[in-house]
Design a protein around this ligand. Sequence first.
Ligand code: FES
Length: 105
Amino acid sequence: MVAPSPILRRAVADTPALTVTVDGVPVTVHAGDTVATAVLLAGSQPYRRTLIGSAPRSPFCMMGVCFDCLVEIDGVANRQGCLIPVRDGMRIRRQTGLSGEESVQ
Ligand code: FES
């Protein structure tokens, strides 16, 4: 039997539902989902912006290589959203550049 992909797992999630916030908006996710999944589910675009040129970015590799998934989590900037599992009550904020001082507009 072939294991379901992470995307298909979303459709048949059998893990507990959790609530996180993305830029202050509550998002329902499931235990085992990543922070990047939560931001994508929130539907906010773009996922983040680059420091130089404010180019829009979105998670690409989903395995810790490209760093296009950087977000602020519970006040700590520059976390790789694709590698970090969600926790109930987690506060996630999209960021611009590397500092996390500006949120994405
Ligand atoms: S999506 Fe590439 S490092 Fe996270």
